[in-house]
Design a protein around this ligand. Structure first.
Ligand SMILES: CC(C)(COP(=O)(O)OP(=O)(O)OC[C@H]1O[C@@H](n2cnc3c(N)ncnc32)[C@H](O)[C@@H]1OP(=O)(O)O)[C@@H](O)C(=O)NCCC(=O)NCCS
Length: 191
């Protein structure tokens, strides 16, 4: 299931392989901005060839129900531009129906509510059509923007993970938070 979600200012969808250059442009513009918060990039990360192949791989993993990834595009923009990403990864079904939520926004657009707008739509999708029961989102203790955003969306702290992710050259502690889908009902996906 591959979503295309529209909000007031944004379109959320996985970029096409032919749009790999737009993904690279976003990552390149935001290298320094994202380096403090996102896992160390693999070799080739800033090349179109890497993203053409990676988008195909993301499609396959999405078809297998393992993840959902969207790029954020500005709605109605004359020239398409990626301004952020959101991922639901490690989707586990069985008795769990849980995913890890990750996100990043163009540094130039911080402070305008774009990510909140996008995440509200993504959570609606995760708890609606995707029928997840729980989303987990983890942030470094000093990532105050991420912490504030998650709190405003209703995520609550569930724990503290020491040396949780290798980011910007070393292991970083993370605050763990989660959001529960109180509307969850047993369905065909649950069995
Ligand atoms: C985390 C991150 C997505 C937060 O972005 P953000 O723009 O601060 O988040 P929001 O969408 O919630 O916007 C909130 C801000 O927009 C303002 N705002 C303006 N118009 C708004 C509107 N219409 N609706 C809501 N907020 C609005 C709010 O007042 C708030 O401003 P403030 O931070 O100056 O108080 C961004 O900082 C980022 O990408 N960081 C790097 C990557 C990262 O940390 N990823 C997460 C790893 S855990």
């Amino acid at each position: 299931m591959r979503p295309r979600l529209e909000t007031k200012r944004l379109v959320l969808r996985l970029a096409e392989p032919l749009e790999a250059h737009l993904v690279v442009d976003y990552l390149d513009r935001n290298r320094a901005h994202l380096a403090r918060w996102e896992p160390d990039p693999p070799p080739g990360f800033y090349t179109e060839a890497y993203w053409r192949e990676r988008i195909h791989q993301l499609r396959r993993e999405e078809d297998e129900g393992r993840l959902v990834r969207v790029h954020m595009f500005e709605r109605g923009a004359r020239d398409a531009r990626v301004v952020g990403t959101i991922g639901l990864s490690n989707i586990v079904r069985g008795a769990f129906h849980n995913a890890h939520l990750g996100f990043g926004l163009d540094g130039a657009l911080e402070g305008h509510g774009y990510m909140r707008e996008a995440l509200e739509a993504m959570i609606e999708y995760a708890f609606g059509p995707l029928e997840l029961h729980r989303l987990e989102a983890n942030h470094q203790p000093h990532n105050l923007r991420s912490a504030g955003l998650l709190r405003r969306l209703g995520f609550v702290p569930t724990g503290y993970a020491r040396d949780y992710l290798h980011i910007d050259g070393t292991w970083r502690d993370h605050v763990q938070t989660a959001l529960i889908n109180d509307r969850w009902r047993k369905s065909s996906r649950s069995s």
